[in-house]
Design a protein around this ligand. Structure first.
Ligand code: FAD
Length: 470
């Protein structure tokens, strides 16, 4: 049965459709609402926020997806707009630990500490400073991030530093990731300065000249967890603008000059609906983009983004564990611990949640989040809870002196966690650009195209809204 909703007659009077209510779609919706432009937001899930999800259980507060965000100037401005107070990571979380030879060692945070650290050999330290003497360079082709950074800093620093960071933070494999697409700022630094270190110093000076604070950007969350951000964005949306548990079955462009799009969708009531829009924003993961019928033939028609099914999207398991303080020997005086793949351990990294932000664990208890899986060890994300806990407990016992069973445990498995901008990813970006060119009014963005960090997705949502308004 169809329910037909006719919302207007000419394209400019029609609302904008947004598919996907993760942070990208919500940012687009927020900007459209602020500009007084009508829209309708469709999400397949029963809640908005996508990968950002905070759960409270008694006095434990855990993140299923991202745990902290970089407080960029745009995010700071959005927080002010939403009347949200960011919670800056505690100074007690200043250390970043890395594992080498089974030892948990603090990563150096200053040139002097770098010279003194036992993390790298004297030879590796001398080799790293070779970067300072490199000349600007235009590479004819993209190369892997591991190869690119080895050219600058040498193999040892890459094996024990960068590879750990990429595995723990991006769930990725530095040997596969595209240097140009995954770290465009490093690629640009090489082009402009030759040396990445000199390029970064220049970028810090430019930041200061723009009046932005020098030094690394603060990491933040909120008192009730990161989901406070999508909740605050949702609270500002006009009534009736959101459809949850909505399954979009086809996007049909009008063949006439008016450029009207018809969105066919089914709600939880199983009724089929058709609504008309001036433009359609797609802020979806690749699996959903690939499955979307787009074109005059409706639901039985072609899926022009089907090629995106091949985007590598490894699984990640996020295991939140609570312990009584005396069960953990390590002081947990840091952000967390990353484990380089060369160490051949079962864990990608461990976040020290109760050090990072207050209110994550009851008094006299600590909270840790253990990440497993990723591009290099996908099978570790799919172990059952008992097997995973046994493997993780061994690692935590050896590395952090954790004794006994956790007093609290919650696990989230992301079967497709983070898209990997691997070498050759341009072919997926080209498909997206090609489909946008073939279907005017179709606007695609988010973590598939614009960067995977939440602030990048927020910027993507803003850009999508601006394009829909143009
Ligand atoms: C475990 C993990 C840890 C992370 N850690 C960090 C971190 O510490 N810092 C950081 O900055 N970033 C982190 N990220 C990355 C970041 O969270 C994501 O890249 C970002 O949230 C993606 O936002 P998005 O809106 O583009 O997509 P998503 O959040 O994936 O949202 C897509 C939305 O589309 C909906 N949808 C799916 N299919 C359909 C369909 N057919 N029709 C309609 N709707 C549909 C989904 O329900 C979802 O709401 C992490 C991600 C994960 C998974």
């Amino acid at each position: 049965m169809y329910q037909l909703t006719i919302v207007g007659t000419s394209s400019s009077q029609l609302p904008v459709a947004i598919l996907g209510g993760g942070i990208t779609g919500l940012a687009a919706a927020h900007r459209l609402a602020r500009q007084g432009r009508a829209f309708r937001l469709f999400d397949a899930a029963p809640r908005l926020g996508g990968s950002i999800r905070s759960d409270r259980s008694g006095e434990w507060l855990l993140e299923a997806g991202p745990n902290s965000l970089q407080l960029t100037p745009a995010l700071a401005a959005l927080c002010t707009e939403l009347d949200l107070r960011p919670l800056v990571a505690s100074p007690a979380a200043k250390n970043r630990y890395l594992v080498r030879g089974g030892q948990v060692l603090a990563a150096p945070t200053s040139p002097l500490r770098f010279v003194k650290t036992p993390l790298f050999s004297a030879r590796a330290k001398i080799r790293l400073f070779g970067d300072l003497f490199l000349r600007p360079r235009q590479r004819p082709t993209d190369i892997s991030l591991a190869e690119f950074t080895t050219d600058h800093f040498g193999r040892e620093v890459v094996d024990y530093g960068l590879r750990a960071f990429v595995a723990g933070v991006y769930a990725g494999d530095a040997g596969q990731l595209s240097a140009r697409l995954s770290f465009p700022s490093l690629w640009a630094a090489e082009r402009s300065h030759g040396s990445i270190i000199r390029g970064m110093i220049a970028a810090a000076k430019a930041k200061k000249a723009r009046g932005e604070p020098r030094g690394p950007t603060s990491l933040i969350s909120f008192a009730d967890g990161l989901e406070a951000l999508p909740r605050a964005l949702t609270a500002q949306l006009p009534p009736g603008s959101v459809e949850l548990q909505a399954r979009v079955t086809a996007l049909v462009p009008d063949s006439g000059p008016a450029k009207i799009w018809t969105v066919q969708w089914t709600g939880p009531d199983q009724l089929e609906h058709r609504e008309s829009f001036s433009a359609v924003i797609l802020a979806l993961p690749t699996s959903a983009l690939a499955a979307l019928p787009i074109g005059a033939a409706g639901a039985s028609g072609e899926r022009p983004l089907a090629g995106l099914k091949a985007v590598p999207y490894p699984p990640v398991s996020s295991l939140f564990l609570g312990y009584a303080r005396e069960q953990v020997a390590h002081p947990l005086d840091g952000f967390g611990m990353l484990i380089p793949p060369i160490e051949k351990r079962d864990v990608l990294g461990v976040l020290f949640n109760s050090t990072l932000f207050p209110g994550r664990a009851p008094a006299d208890h600590v909270a840790l989040t253990v990440m497993t899986g990723g591009a290099l060890r996908p099978e570790m994300a799919h172990l059952d809870d008992t097997a995973l806990l046994a493997r993780v407990s061994d690692e935590l016992g050896n590395l952090l002196g954790v004794r006994g069973a956790p007093v609290f445990m919650r696990r989230t498995v992301w079967p497709q966690a983070i898209p990997q901008y691997n070498l050759g990813y341009e072919r997926f970006l080209d498909q997206i650009t090609g489909v946008e060119a073939a279907y005017p009014g179709l606007l695609i963005g988010g973590h598939v195209r614009d960067g995977i960090a939440v602030p990048q997705c927020l910027a993507a949502g803003e850009k999508l809204a601006a394009r829909a308004l143009a």
